[in-house]
Design a protein around this ligand. Sequence first.
Ligand code: GUN
Length: 296
Amino acid sequence: MAELIDGKALAAAMRAEMAEKVAALRAETGVTPGLGVVLVGDDPASKSYVTAKERALAEAGMVSRDIRLPAETTQAELLQVIAELNADPAVHGILVQLPLPKGLDEAEVIRAIAPEKDVDGFTPVNVGKMVIGEECYLPCTPHGVMKMLERAGVATKGKHAVVVGRSNIVGKPVAHLLAAKNGGNATVTLCHTATQDLAAFTRQADILVVASGRPNTVTGEMVKPGAVVIDVGVNRVPCAGTKTGYRLCGDCDFESVAAVASKLTPVPGGVGPMTITMLLENTHQAAVRAAKRQRS
Ligand code: GUN
């Protein structure tokens, strides 16, 4: 049975350290890190992610400017909100929860975020810097995955890391971070929906990162014995026995993968809490940089 990598415990320890750093920054500079959190529409999963982010910010002593907009919001209205947050000196970071409702141009909205406030690391400027290895805001989920591997003592250098999923939010950036010389320094294979014989690739993985967005994408027989498996998926599947009527599961078949892997992240309690923790790190960093600019 695989050892579970406890993202919840790791995140709790890092958040406690973060609360101390936030208090110290406020005492030294008078600056309290502030994040503009924009949620458009009423997708229940997005709502719950945003609520969790806002709670974590408050617990770390940061301030969130919560902006809730109806699904009918126009592109121009949303761009106006971003422009106001870009100009607000009390807002050090901006987060626009994705996906946006149909009809809104996500790429244009992301491009409108000032790169120095882009704590999600989604703007072309930050993505470009990440790819060429310059200092930047790293996207939160891939950064959380790298931190979990590091803290769990998983050596990545020279290993074969296989990533399943090529989204801009997870798959593509995590593949880059795993391959980077000053990152994972691993040999990386990126699999996606057009990959033929997915299992032939996943079975070669020393480290398998699954971010397909689909339950049961990876089952035990697709995993090399002793591999480390990071399950990034968060799927809501109907479940009659629960209060909410659903339960959360990842992109892996937990039981069969746990029987084969040496380490595995659970869902919930794995990557999710680490994603939020990396958002806190980036927001703190944005506030530190703003405080420095203020003084110079
Ligand atoms: N939707 C799913 N993951 C993320 C994330 O990390 N940031 C934002 N803004 N939206 C998301």
